[in-house]
Design a binder for this molecule. Structure first.
Ligand code: HSE
Length: 369
């Protein structure tokens, strides 16, 4: 049995991963060791093979593993991965953090989309397999059929990203903000138009007052939105927006010569853990909506085409419908009045499942099996 070490199993992504692995009985086919940066020597959870937590900063202990899977975050990766490689460790490193994603000798993992790229990488001796940006992974799960058929000339993705993308504290901050706002209005009994203007004035005042805790987001998110995610990069883009083009093409194994242009505005909205995206897609040729739906829905087991009508959209194409499950609905599919080759689409996906934990869980299984 392969010796697999886990780091960062207690955080939000790690906890979702542990839940999925237990649900699917993944631990039965590995010899598992859990590592901790602060509690080595203490007892590991009962489902783990080795009952004592090991030191996540010990290169000697980590080196005993065939595979290390980390959800500990970028700082840990930056501190430990180089030392481990310099020590001569030649095992597989699977990582949910972005640190190593764009390195030449790493592969971004999303096997329903790029299993061939992954298999070729394993064959050629690549050892670092890194989970993609959540928004990119969710887009590619939704549009995989169009990418696979090379049907896309370019696309824009306008995102509606959940608080969970920032982390657990950000989700809690969103709720405290909603609570602060909610407390200013407690009933539906004010029924005059003039009342609602007064309620709205109080809400706006509260939103911009010190009583809103904005420690994590640096702006009110409850009742508002923030059209900026992550740090600035070149040409006025945010890093999150830059990942759209760079990671998409790396996942597909494309380079500068055959790059698919991807761009858009990434926006944080007040949802909990489900990222949504609106696409404008320039097709390479004029495909019918039936052909497009067939390409999309036949690509993987999780994508689901939602009919472009109000009932189906409200039932199945919202964060409320998708949170906590692996389905990737895509709907609002229609040709735009910009021309026959312009396709409109909208998708939602759970940011912690296909956006984070599931690709790394599946990569572990690829290596183990
Ligand atoms: N960067 C993403 C976000 C989450 O802020 O929503 C991680 O992929």
């Amino acid at each position: 049995m392969k010796k697999v070490g886990f780091v960062g199993w207690r955080g939000m992504v790690g906890s979702v991963l542990m839940g999925r692995m237990q649900e699917l009985n993944d631990f039965s086919s590995i010899d598992s060791t859990f590592f901790s940066t602060s509690q080595s020597g203490q007892a590991a959870p009962e489902y783990v093979t080795n009952k004592t937590l090991q030191d996540a900063n010990s290169i000697a202990e980590l080196s005993k593993m065939d595979i290390i899977l980390t959800c500990q975050g970028g700082d840990y990766t930056s501190a430990i991965h180089p030392k481990l490689r310099e020590s001569g460790w030649n095992g597989y490193w699977i990582d949910a953090a972005s640190t190593l994603r764009m390195k030449e000798n790493s592969v971004i993992i999303l096997d329903p989309v790029n299993r061939k790229v992954i298999d070729q990488a394993i064959d050629s001796g690549v050892k670092d397999f890194i989970g993609g940006n959540c928004t990119v992974s969710l887009m590619m799960m939704a549009l995989g059929g169009l990418f696979e058929n090379d049907a896309i000339e370019w696309l824009t993705s306008m995102t509606y990203q959940a608080a969970s993308g920032g982390g657990a504290r950000h989700m809690k901050e969103l709720l405290t903000q909603m609570n602060t706002l909610g407390q200013t209005f407690t009933g539906m009994d004010q029924d005059q138009a003039s009342d609602i203007l007064e309620v709205d004035r109080i809400i706006t005042e509260t939103m911009n007052s010190k009583s809103m805790d904005t420690t994590c987001f640096s702006a009110p998110l409850g009742g508002s939105l923030i059209p900026w995610i992550d740090s600035p990069v070149d040409l006025g883009q945010t890093k999150e927006e830059w990942k759209g083009v760079s990671e998409t093409n790396k996942i597909l194994g494309r380079n500068q010569d055959n790059l698919i242009p991807v761009d858009g505005t990434c926006v944080r909205v007040g949802t909990m853990r489900c990222h949504s995206q609106a696409f404008t897609i320039k097709l390479k040729k004029d495909l019918s909506i039936e052909e497009i739906e067939k390409m999309i829905s036949s690509h993987n087991d999780w994508v689901k085409v939602i009919p472009n009508n109000p009932e189906a959209t409200r039932t199945a194409l919202t964060p409320a419908a998708v949170s906590g499950n692996l389905e990737i609905p895509i709907g609002r599919l229609r040709k735009m009045n910009l021309g026959d080759r312009y396709l409109n689409a909208f998708t939602c996906g759970d940011q912690l499942l296909w956006g984070a934990a599931e690709p790394v869980r599946r990569m572990l299984n690829i290596l183990v099996n």
